[in-house]
Design a protein around this ligand. Structure first.
Ligand SMILES: [Cu+2]
Length: 171
């Protein structure tokens, strides 16, 4: 059976907003969207936050988590100042309808990577406190079951893959 990915509820038509003088709370962490601290068991790679219309209540961030250690590690929480809550979500299909589920935690097996990307796992940013504009840098801290905290700064980018928008997501 052919399942049409039906999470394409709304296509963002993104007007160029990069000239907006956004009050920069940019933290001078130029391009640091790659957390490479070798003392940590998890690396957060390829992180980005999807551009959302100014009226959007929610947003989504994507990244790849790489467990470079030899032990399984579980992400138990993610903190950010951009939204009231940041929840790990996955997309499941029920009767060919896409539905989001909240992952209370996510285990990353030793040596493995888990990719978050449009149409699949994402970090849902619930009740945004600031607008998401191109190139804005947003800091996320991943809390692990072993007590480690990994901070990664991700930039806002337009979703040019033509995929997905989870902002219709109801909580
Ligand atoms: Cu979601």
């Amino acid at each position: 059976m052919k399942i049409l990915v039906s999470i394409l509820l709304v296509g963002f038509s993104v007007l160029s907003m990069n000239s907006q003088a956004q009050m920069a709370d940019n933290k001078k962490m130029d391009g640091m969207n790659h957390s490479m601290d070798m003392n940590k068991s998890i690396m957060v790679m390829y992180g980005w936050v999807r551009l959302a219309p100014p009226i959007a209540k929610n947003g989504a961030a994507y990244f790849t988590l790489h467990n470079s250690s030899d032990k399984d590690v579980t992400v138990v929480d993610v903190k950010t100042s951009i939204a009231e809550k940041a929840n790990l979500h996955d997309v499941v299909f029920e009767m060919s309808m896409a539905k989001m589920i909240h992952l209370k935690e996510l285990m990353i097996p030793a040596g493995k990577m888990i990719a978050f990307k449009p149409g699949g796992k994402h970090l849902m940013l619930i009740n945004l406190k600031e607008k998401l504009v191109i190139d804005k840098e947003i800091s996320f801290t991943f809390i692990l079951s072993n007590g480690e905290e990994i901070t990664s700064v991700m930039k806002v980018k337009a979703d040019d893959s033509g995929k997905s928008s989870e902002d219709q997501h109801k909580h």
